[in-house]
Design a protein around this ligand. Structure first.
Ligand SMILES: *Cc1c(COP(=O)(O)O)cnc(C)c1O
Length: 390
């Protein structure tokens, strides 16, 4: 049988693939604005030679708890581990089911599967890209041990109905707030509504470290204590192991750097929101409202735009056109998790979660980082207008 090699897109055959004229996320711009403070913090930790837990980490946790508005904040090695540790603390394991969305980063679902539990997928709302709260009830079974709404792209999920359903059945809610630090739902900060809130300090998140890092928030002292034991090998006192734990801690170096960045977070989030408003104004000005669906933000939500994701027809062609124009874009996420090989054993098939599948074909993330300039935004919008011939 002859296997056809798909033809390369026009631009790739005839021209060199263009390098973007500016980065999708400019972390160097952020670093240059806080360079001295960061370097001083790094030197402080190096001179202390205290790298595991200790004062720097404890203070960082206190400052984060205060910022987020939770009673306790327990740091760990990554956002992925924050999810894993939360589910471990809730005794999620073999035979359990956990309700979540397939339109998320892999870590949300991997935490469930790694513990031997089964993810039960509920489709998303087409406007918010978040789990459709109205469909959760019928996904609940006697085996349901947790619900994980994801505050995708920096927009809180519809928490009130989710909390109502969960409370009626005594099912704990674990908020995946990895992309949403600083976001609010009806004035309530994300990470303060469920039993646990999970945060990530991956460099591309709104509060990013110099490497991996994560955080779990909770109001419950028993759960907080369990989390602390689980992240240190299941041990409270040295060489006594109460439960099977893991090694997942936030490095003191990361804690020190995050402490420098945290006081800037509200300003950075404000810049992201201004950039988002500016995109919307530019699209409207260009008459692109029919072609480009901008994020829909319900009035009770404070969006922090970890990503600015538009919905378009002919997404791949538009992405290619923008690339040729030197405009960087990304696709979050190109295929929903129920269609991924790693989760094939769950038995889902294409067509089972149509809104997630449709979204994965139409979403396109535009640069939105705080230091993005008005001129760069105008270039992005001009290139999109050029594609649509307006
Ligand atoms: C980034 C992210 C995670 C995982 O965080 P890491 O720190 O990269 O492990 C989990 N869930 C979502 C939705 C994320 O975006």
């Amino acid at each position: 049988m002859k296997v056809e090699t798909p033809a390369a897109p026009e631009g790739e055959r005839n021209r060199e693939v263009k390098q973007p004229t500016f980065p999708f996320l400019d972390l160097k711009a952020q670093f240059s604005s806080i360079r001295d403070e960061v370097m001083a913090a790094v030197v402080r930790v190096m001179e202390s030679q205290h790298f595991i837990l200790g004062g720097e980490v404890l203070t960082c946790e206190k400052e984060l708890a205060h910022y987020i508005g939770s009673k306790y904040a327990i740091s760990c090695a990554s956002g992925s581990d924050a999810l894993l540790l939360s589910l471990m603390a809730l005794d999620v394991g073999q035979g359990a089911e956990v309700i979540t969305t397939p339109f998320t980063f892999v870590a949300t679902v991997a935490a469930i599967v790694r513990l031997g539990a089964r993810p039960v997928f509920v489709d998303i709302d087409a406007d918010s890209f978040n789990i459709e709260a109205g469909q959760i009830e019928r996904a609940i079974s006697p085996k349901t041990r947790a619900i994980i709404p994801v505050h995708l792209f920096g927009l809180s999920a519809e928490m009130q109905p989710i909390m109502n359903i969960a409370a009626a059945r005594s099912i704990p809610v674990v908020e995946d707030a990895a992309q949403a630090i600083g976001a609010r739902y009806s004035e309530r900060p994300v990470g303060t509504m469920g039993a646990f809130g999970c945060f990530s300090f991956f460099p591309s998140k709104n509060l990013g470290g110099a490497g991996d890092g994560g955080l779990v928030t909770t109001h419950d002292p028993v759960l907080a204590d369990r989390l602390k034991v689980l992240r240190t090998h299941g041990s409270r006192t040295k060489y006594t192991y109460e439960v099977l734990g893991v090694n997942s801690r936030l490095d003191a170096l990361q804690a020190a750097i995050l402490r420098v960045k945290l006081p800037h977070l509200d300003i950075w989030n404000r810049c992201r929101r201004l950039n988002a408003a500016q995109y919307c104004a530019l699209f409207a000005e260009r008459g692109l409202n029919e072609k480009v669906r901008v994020p829909v933000v319900p009035p009770d939500r404070f969006h922090v735009y970890n990503q600015f994701v538009i919905r378009v027809e002919q997404r791949d062609q538009l992405k290619h056109h923008l690339q040729q124009s030197g405009i960087p874009t990304e696709i979050y996420y190109p295929s929903p998790l129920h269609t991924q090989p790693a989760f094939a054993h769950l038995g889902y098939k294409k067509g089972d979660l149509p809104e997630s599948e449709a979204a994965s074909q139409q979403v396109l993330a535009l640069p939105i980082f705080p230091e993005l300039t008005a001129a760069q935004q105008r270039r992005v919008v001009a290139a999109i207008a050029d594609f649509y011939g307006v």
